[in-house]
Design a protein around this ligand. Structure first.
Ligand SMILES: C[S@@+](CC[C@H](N)C(=O)[O-])C[C@H]1O[C@@H](n2cnc3c(N)ncnc32)[C@H](O)[C@@H]1O
Length: 261
């Protein structure tokens, strides 16, 4: 399922990876790590953690599981964690994103920085991420992708000729669409420089939605329309809005009237 060739490539470039990406890392990615990584809370999954460039930006004592398919990349991440004395609250797991050895609904936060450009099976991987994330848990994506701007995308397609054979990274993924296809709820989505976007998502909490539904705590305001007793206007309110007793009764009455007539 996972491309062994890709894993072998990362194993073989692991020692040079930080050096090869140094200009991009310093100019573009590091400021984004500094901004978003400290926002991770609870039990954290660092997705395709690579050489562990997020490690020093987690809050002190943060519990983090770093997963990557390349042993070479993880060895460097482990060395960094030791040097920064962050190892005690961190675990390093060699596994493929497509098939992670974690229970369902396990993590509070997933950090995904510069990941979906490299995975062979993006849809399988994101569905696995969704599986291991707790309902209501958060995913912090900092990913580069196609922009929808003709000129910029032409540059990205040209860059692909260099990045795919060297660091195995595609510049032309549609990660925004992928996130929506996986049924994740986007809370924040902004361009953060170049073709990078920051996307904060959550996994919808189906149990909570069911409970709210059964208790009539719907995100809608329902009331009888003055135009007709049988019609109902539904308008969006706050996410945890409640239907007041009177309005609930009005609606029931108008339904009863409709049934009788
Ligand atoms: C571009 S590097 C980014 C590393 C890290 N996220 C960072 O921000 O520096 C991509 C990483 O994804 C890992 N990777 C690629 N495909 C993977 C897969 N299917 N499962 C797990 N890791 C994978 C590679 O081994 C590599 O370490």
């Amino acid at each position: 399922m996972v491309c062994r060739r890709r894993t072998a490539r990362y194993d073989s470039i692991a020692r040079f990876y930080d050096w090869m990406l140094y200009p991009l890392e310093k100019r573009r990615i590091e400021p984004l790590r500094r901004l978003y990584v400290p926002q991770a809370e609870g039990l954290i999954l660092d997705l395709a953690a690579g050489t562990g460039n997020n490690i020093r930006f987690y809050r002190p004592g943060a519990s983090v599981v770093l997963v990557d398919t390349s042993r070479g990349m993880l060895d460097i991440a482990l060395k960094k964690a030791r040097e920064l004395d962050r190892q005690p609250s961190m675990r390093f797991v060699q596994a493929a994103l497509e098939n992670m050895p974690f229970a369902d609904d396990f993590f509070d936060t997933v950090v995904s920085i510069d990941v979906f450009c490299s995975v062979d099976n993006p849809l399988e991987s994101i569905l696995e991420v969704r599986r291991v994330l707790k309902p209501g848990g958060v995913i912090l994506f900092v990913e580069h992708m196609l922009t929808g701007n003709l000129r910029k995308d032409l540059v990205l397609k040209t860059l692909n000729l260099l990045t795919v054979p060297t660091v195995g990274s595609s510049m032309t993924r549609r990660t925004g669409d992928l996130i929506l296809s996986a049924g994740l709820e986007v809370i924040e989505n902004e361009e953060v420089g170049g073709s990078f976007r920051f996307i904060r998502c959550t996994k919808p909490d189906v149990q909570r939605l069911k409970k709210d539904f059964s208790e009539s705590k719907l995100p809608f305001e329902t009331r009888s329309s003055p135009a007709s007793d049988n019609s109902v206007i539904i308008s969006r309110r706050g996410l945890r809005g409640e239907i007041s007793e009177t309005k609930d009764n009005q609606m029931r009455n108008s339904c009863n009237q409709a049934e009788r007539s």
